[in-house]
Design a protein around this ligand. Structure first.
Ligand SMILES: NC(=O)c1ccc[n+]([C@@H]2O[C@H](COP(=O)([O-])OP(=O)(O)OC[C@H]3O[C@@H](n4cnc5c(N)ncnc54)[C@H](OP(=O)(O)O)[C@@H]3O)[C@@H](O)[C@H]2O)c1
Length: 244
């Protein structure tokens, strides 16, 4: 993997690029997001992200997981990508955001997780279903009609998490961005034109103003561009939900 920015080098030092210190923010963990999109902006191929990736992307995916102490992911991504517990290089809990709690509780993410899975849900979730989920996961209520991203991240901080890695999906990431909670975006641009109507890496909630990014590093491998951005904006904003 070669480094294009900041200093061109034929062999990128991934730990130097991604491994820098990440301090928690007041009342919440540092939040980095890792996403992949085709060159025409699609975040999924035939409903899943796997077909977009390559070896370099997978390497960074695993490196970022090793740098986080909790992985935050929304329920639809858990369902379609069949999320599994994270064991390597150390067990890290997965925090799943869901209102419906329509999750298969027999899957390894619940039945075999070495670090107990966390469910971030809201008061509106069905109480009976909440009790079923509580038998196999730590249930945290963070919001009334929906999970409030600020309360959800505060709950993760209260549990001692300092670096959270959001792996999507686009509807969750859009809410986090609109609420001003994302500090860093690691984006892989896949050398593919997907066409079709797949989601972009943010969907549904629109930030009050476009969020500016600062390009911190750019790597290339077999046509894949691996971009590390920092978020320039500090002020939280409510965002406007346009559905989706
Ligand atoms: N390219 C990439 O890097 C990437 C990464 C991840 C996923 N993906 C792709 O993205 C697609 C899935 O993404 P998506 O945007 O449709 O869905 P998503 O963000 O993964 O999940 C949406 C679901 O999360 C829960 N949720 C989100 N916000 C919530 C809130 N504030 N309160 C309560 N629950 C909340 C709800 O679950 P309930 O329905 O259970 O209430 C909602 O239906 C898949 O095709 C996947 O392959 C791509």
């Amino acid at each position: 993997m070669r480094q294009l920015l900041p200093d061109p080098s034929p062999e990128a030092d991934l730990v130097a690029v991604y491994g820098g210190p990440r301090a928690p923010r007041p009342g919440r963990p540092w939040l980095l997001a890792n996403m992949i999109a085709s060159a025409d902006g699609s975040a999924a191929l035939e409903g899943r992200s796997g077909g977009l990736g390559g070896p370099a992307d997978r390497q960074v995916f695993h490196l970022l997981r090793s740098l986080a102490d909790v992985v935050l992911v929304a329920a639809e991504t858990v369902r379609v990508e069949r999320y599994r517990p994270i064991r390597e290089p150390r067990p890290v809990p997965v925090a799943v955001v869901s209102r419906s709690l329509a999750l298969d509780l027999t899957q390894p993410l619940f039945a075999e997780a070495p670090a107990r899975t966390i469910i971030l849900t809201c008061e509106a979730a069905d109480p009976g279903r909440r009790r079923q989920v509580a038998a196999v996961a730590d249930v945290v209520v963070a919001g009334d009609e929906a999970v409030d991203p600020v309360l959800g991240l505060a709950a993760l901080a209260e549990r001692g998490h300092e670096v959270a890695l959001c792996e999507g999906g686009p509807r969750l990431l859009a809410q986090l961005v609109a609420a001003g909670l994302v500090d860093e975006l690691c984006l892989t641009v896949s050398p593919l034109l997907a066409g079709g109507g797949g989601p972009r890496i943010l969907s549904g909630t629109v930030p009050a103003a476009p969020v500016r990014l600062v390009l911190d590093a750019a790597l290339e491998d077999e046509g894949f561009l691996l971009l590390r951005y920092l978020i320039a904006r500090a002020e939280p904003s409510a965002g406007t939900d346009v559905g989706g």
